[in-house]
Each structure stands twice: as C-alpha cells, then as structure tokens.
Design a binder for this molecule. Structure first.
Ligand SMILES: C[S@@+](CC[C@H](N)C(=O)[O-])C[C@H]1O[C@@H](n2cnc3c(N)ncnc32)[C@H](O)[C@@H]1O
Length: 330
C-alpha cells in the first residue's frame, strides 16, 4: 500500500471507535432493538435529531446496524453483544475504551517524560462504580480467551486451581463449568471480590468456586497446594523485577506435577509485534509505573528460573493472545 493510504487508514482509526463509544454511552443500541427512524430515536433519548441521523448513518456504514426506508435497526445477532443484559455484552469493555481515550490523547507527554499519565488504580480504586465496570469489562473480554485456552491446555486434569488476581473469576468459572471435578480459588483484593461473588452466584458455582481476599505482593499464595495456578492479565501491571518475583511466588503455589498458566499481553522477541501487544505496552505504560507487555522470552526465563519445565508458548485468537504454560517437576 502507498504511504498516503497507509497513514490515511491509520488516522481514520479513532473515528469509528468514537462512533461506537458514543452510541454505547447514549444507549442507542438498547433503543434500536426496536426499529426506529432517526427522529424517533432522538426523541426517545432526548438527542438532536439531525446529529443522531449522522451517527446512525455512520453506524450503518460500519455494518453494526441496518437501515431500511429511513428505519434503523440493531440486528438480532448483535443484541447479545451490544445491549444491556446481553449474554456476551461488550458494553463495559466499550466504556473502558472510552475512559482510556483521553489518556491516549496525552501519548506524546508520556513519551517525553516516561512518567505515567494516570494510575489505573487511581482511576478505579476511588470509585466503586468504575471498579465494578472495569471488573465487568474484564469478564466480557475474558470469555473467549477462557474457551480458547481450555482447548489447548488440559485444564480438566486439575482438581484444584488458584486464580491469582482473578478479578471477576471468569477463567475459574468457565473452567469449573467445563469440568465438574475442578474447584477454584479466586484471589483478589476484597472490593473486587464483592463483584466476583455476584458472578459466582450467576454461574451457580458457590459449591466449587471460592474467593480469597488479599494482596499478592504481601500475602502468601500457598505452598505446593494447587494442581493449576493461573495468572491472567497480571504481569503487565509491573516492571520486570516485580513480575519475576510474582511468578516465583505463583510457582511455589503449584503442586509438584501441577501446571502454571500465564495469559497476557506479550511481545515477540524483537518487541515489534503483535500490533495489539505493542500498542498495549504504550497503553499500560501510561497507566502504571513500569508496567509493559513483557516479551515472551522474558516470561519464559522467569518460569525457568522458578523451576518450571515443559514450557510451551502459543497464541490464541482472543484478547490478549499470549499464553505460556509449563509444569512443576514432580
Ligand atoms: C487486569 S485485571 C485481570 C483480572 C482477571 N485475571 C482477568 O484476566 O480477567 C487485574 C486484577 O488484579 C487485581 N489486583 C491488582 N493488584 C492486586 C494485588 N496487589 N493483590 C491482589 N489482586 C490484585 C485487580 O484487582 C484485578 O482484578
């Protein structure tokens, strides 16, 4: 592709994202479960009719909604993803992207100073509504990954699992749903676990999924206790030294003969791909002190140093893509 087209395509990138984020914020998708004209939609949501029509036309161009005889409609197949209460709702995920959008606007400041723009814990910690929304977004995002990883790794061989920084507990819940002899412990900070408990109830897995409050930097995670230990989307929050320490702690919790799984953003060796991971490394750099999408080989080395063998790395068609797993020698 010629350079002007390449750059033009890149520059267009944020505009479709803004269209989807605005529609999500304005609850347009819920409204369009019933076919309606732009005027009817604007009236129902108290919006400007002409501007609403432009947004609806753009959503139609993006093939998210349809337009027939001036009537717009969200197709049935999109309901579960885009409307409130949908089984695979992406609403919280879209909202999270909207929250991050102003941070990306300050990318050049981060590049100049190397100093984070806003702490993610500051963004979430002080606001229980945002913390819940973030945890819900984690759940929306993780579902596909849990299924894809379970296809590649024999998670069903395990009877006990520790989900470190498990957030909503999606991996534990989905894997326990798949394997009825598996029991899981979701370890996270107490306020997040209040959200986790709701998910456990929704899955009706109170008898096999428990929560354990704590701080994984300070508290013990167990000694040779679990058949399977998972760290999903944790290590990117910390620099290499802290991540390595956490990995060693997680490995200690694995029973001899058991398995550790690290799922998360990780760049390839020369750190120029995959694209999602290089972009994420910028994103998390602006939100944490020292966090990054650590390269695959670095994570493998941490596992090796902690005594893990049979290490395997693969990518799944989900977000994020990187999975590294290995076993603790018996
Ligand atoms: C990015 S989320 C990942 C959630 C989940 N593992 C997933 O992939 O869907 C990171 C999680 O780590 C938890 N966390 C952060 N610092 C922690 C700490 N010091 N101790 C325990 N949990 C922590 C957060 O509360 C959050 O739920």
């Amino acid at each position: 592709m010629e350079m002007d087209k390449v750059i033009g395509k890149i520059l267009d990138g944020y505009q479709p994202a803004c269209v989807v984020m605005a529609a999500n914020e304005l609850k347009l998708f819920d409204q369009l479960k019933q076919p309606a004209t732009a005027e009817q939609t604007a009236k129902a949501l108290n919006l400007d009719p002409e501007a609403t029509e432009r947004l609806l036309n753009a959503l139609t161009s993006l093939e998210i909604i349809t337009k027939e005889n001036q009537t717009y409609h969200l197709p049935e197949t999109a309901h579960e993803y885009l409307t409130t209460g949908g089984g695979h709702s992406l609403q919280q995920w879209i909202q999270l992207s909207a929250d991050l959008y102003p941070i990306w606007g300050q990318l050049s400041s981060f590049i100049k100073s190397g100093i984070l723009i806003k702490s993610i814990m500051e963004m979430l910690g002080g606001d229980s509504h945002k913390m819940r929304a973030f945890t819900d977004a984690m759940h929306d995002k993780a579902l596909k990954a849990t299924w894809m990883i379970a296809r590649e790794i024999p998670v069903g061989d395990a009877k006990s699992m520790l989900d470190i920084g498990g957030g909503p507990g999606t991996y534990s819940l989905e894997w326990c749903k798949l394997h009825n002899h598996l029991k899981a412990t979701v370890f996270d900070i107490a306020p997040v676990l209040e959200v986790t408990k709701n998910y456990i109830e929704t899955y009706n897995l109170q008898d096999r999924v428990e929560t354990k409050p704590g701080n994984f930097h300070k508290d013990d995670l167990g000694d040779s206790q679990y058949d399977l230990v998972l760290m999903a989307n944790i290590l990117h929050m910390y620099d290499a030294d802290m991540s390595k320490t956490l990995v060693a702690k997680a490995v200690k919790a694995v029973k001899p003969g058991g398995r550790i799984v690290i799922h998360g953003f990780c760049t390839d060796e020369n750190q120029t791909g995959p694209l999602g991971d290089t972009l994420f490394s910028l994103n998390i750099g602006m939100l944490t002190e020292g966090g990054r999408a650590h390269p695959v080989q670095e994570k493998i080395d941490w596992l090796k140093e902690a005594g893990i063998s049979d290490i395997r790395h693969f990518r799944v068609d989900a977000i994020p893509t990187g999975v590294i797993t290995g076993t603790r020698p018996a």
